[in-house]
Design a protein around this ligand. Structure first.
Ligand code: CP3
Length: 342
């Protein structure tokens, strides 16, 4: 039985599944070893290398899920946008004008992102019957914010200005991305993904009203289409600001960030939804074993009524000690079963 998949479907399971966002990456020495030889993009574009990296955390920690190694900007590259990574995405010519949108290619995933699909097929063969294969994409708003801003920004001022001055441009871009991402996720599902996650990280600096206009409708289009075939997880940062909207989304699984209380999310979203989260990644990086144990048990106690997938509130941070991640997995494995048998 796939514990994570069953739990994602809302079925009763004997213990809490665990996987971590960004579980593959720079905190792992075996990842760094691969990256000494190839660039980040080369690693993403080579299915064997991408599969090897995806499996590294699973082999080391025995997570319930394996997420395909890639990036949210890969489909944008397939649309013809040139970019480099250092370490985050840097767009060569940020999109600012209507003429930039016309050039965007509504690519065929089998053609332009075959390396992601091939990596999933390799992974499907390599993982055990008990392991859930996770596909993902960036949500339209988060991908659009990189495409417009050009790189990570602390205030996303260009996008903010666009929201007020040129909402039509933004809506047209979001519409195109929604079409592309839906087709991209479907291709990942056809290639073996058991569940998928939609990353909408950058809604964190939107007001609730802006979220409802520029993020929610596009997230919902993707969620509605994908949930017909597999469970889909919606991740937003600063989840607490958007709970009213998210309630109307009817996403099967919502990933809650560390600034949001899981109990508040449960109260707001109801008992049928599956919640994922929400250990603070900073505690995993710099906390003592006692801190990690205390916070983890607190989360498991709050969610002991089930419908919970253990994860962080955001991705694993660089320089997170590997032994802290092992310790976290031990605590979840040992404590969650006890919690649920009471
Ligand atoms: O979770 C996993 O293990 C799968 C792989 C994955 C990566 N990026 C690998 C990566 C996933 C799911 C992502 C999603 C992603 N990428 C998001 C959404 C989630 C989030 O963290 O908010 C965002 C906003 C991006 C954009 C991006 N790509 C950033 C900001 C960075 C640099 C920061 C960082 O964490 O290193 C990247 C590059 C990137 N994507 C790296 C990895 C392992 C580092 C590349 C390297 O230097 O080796």
């Amino acid at each position: 039985m796939k514990l994570l998949l069953e739990s994602a479907k809302g079925n009763l399971v004997s213990t809490t599944p665990i996987w971590l966002m960004r579980q593959a990456g720079r905190y792992l020495p075996e990842y760094q070893e691969v990256r000494e030889k190839v660039s980040f993009l080369e690693a993403c574009q080579n299915p064997e290398i991408a599969a090897t990296i995806s499996l590294q955390p699973w082999k080391r920690f025995g997570f319930d899920g394996v997420i395909v190694f890639s990036d949210i900007m890969i489909p944008a590259q397939a649309m013809g946008v040139e970019m480099t990574f250092n370490p985050g995405p840097i767009i060569k010519k940020p999109l600012r004008f209507m003429k930039d949108l016309v050039k965007l290619e509504m690519f065929d995933p089998q053609d332009k992102t075959s390396f992601v699909l091939d990596a999933l097929k390799i992974l499907k063969n390599e993982i055990s019957q008990e392991t859930t294969l996770i596909g993902f994409c960036g949500a339209p708003f988060t991908v659009a914010s990189y495409l417009i801003e050009g790189k990570h920004s602390d205030d996303f001022s260009v996008v903010k200005k666009m929201i007020h001055d040129e909402p039509l441009f933004l809506h047209l871009l979001l519409d195109k991305l929604t079409f592309v991402m839906t087709r991209y996720l479907k291709a990942q599902i056809e290639s073996g993904a058991d569940i998928v996650q939609l990353f909408d990280t950058h809604v964190s600096w939107l007001t609730e009203e802006e979220y409802l206009q520029f993020a929610f409708p596009y997230e919902k289009r993707i969620v509605d289409e994908i949930k017909k075939s597999v469970p889909i997880i919606l991740f937003t940062k600063e989840t607490k600001n958007f709970l009213n909207g998210i309630r109307q989304m009817e996403a099967p699984i919502v990933s809650v960030d560390a600034n949001t209380s899981l109990l508040d999310a449960r109260a707001s979203l109801g008992n049928s939804i599956v919640l994922q989260g929400n250990l603070n990644p900073e505690i995993l990086r710099s906390g003592t074993k006692e801190d990690i144990e205390k916070e983890t048990k607190n989360i498991l106690n709050q969610m002991s009524e089930q419908k919970h997938i253990f994860n962080l509130g955001h991705g694993v941070l660089p320089n997170t000690p590997v032994e802290n991640v092992s310790y976290l997995v031990d605590v979840v494995r040992n404590y969650a079963t006890r919690c649920r048998s009471h």
